[in-house]
Ligand binder design. Structure first.
Ligand SMILES: [Zn+2]
Length: 137
């Protein structure tokens, strides 16, 4: 699987979203081309408004999915934030994953002085780190 390639402006928007929602977790969707390049960013409301878990708002998710389809793009990643813990999938993140293992989970960790972004493949029984890189123009 090719690494997720995230342009700087999308990265900045994701981090800004995470900071804006803190102390709650944020969530959203990244879409783009099959080679892993992200071109579209959709913030999604967290229905749980919780500092330790998230639930993607169904209406927002549907609207994002439609926009992805009409742009001829595909869903590449789901992201959410961990406001006070390491950007490693929680037990709940693994149990609640209904995206299969083709969609990368990007987690924004805000516990340290700088945002820490890590990508993961979540499988049925666990997770393994995925690759993401900063994409040039
Ligand atoms: Zn999480």
């Amino acid at each position: 699987m090719s690494p997720l390639r995230i342009p700087a402006e999308v990265l900045a928007a994701v981090v800004a979203h995470a900071r804006a929602e803190a102390p709650y977790e944020c969530c959203g969707l990244l879409a783009g081309s099959p080679d892993g390049r992200v071109g579209l960013h959709f913030p999604i409301r967290n229905d749980l408004a919780s500092p330790t878990e998230y639930l993607t708002n169904a209406h927002d998710l549907l609207a994002a999915a439609k926009a992805v389809r009409s742009a001829g793009a595909e869903v590449l990643a789901i992201y959410h934030s961990h406001p006070t813990s390491a950007p490693v999938p929680s037990t709940r993140d693994v149990a609640g994953n209904h995206w299969g293992d083709s969609v990368v989970h990007l987690i924004v960790g805000l516990a340290g002085p700088e945002p820490d972004l890590r990508a993961w493949h979540i499988t049925e029984g666990g997770y393994e780190q995925a690759e993401w890189i900063l994409a040039g123009r």
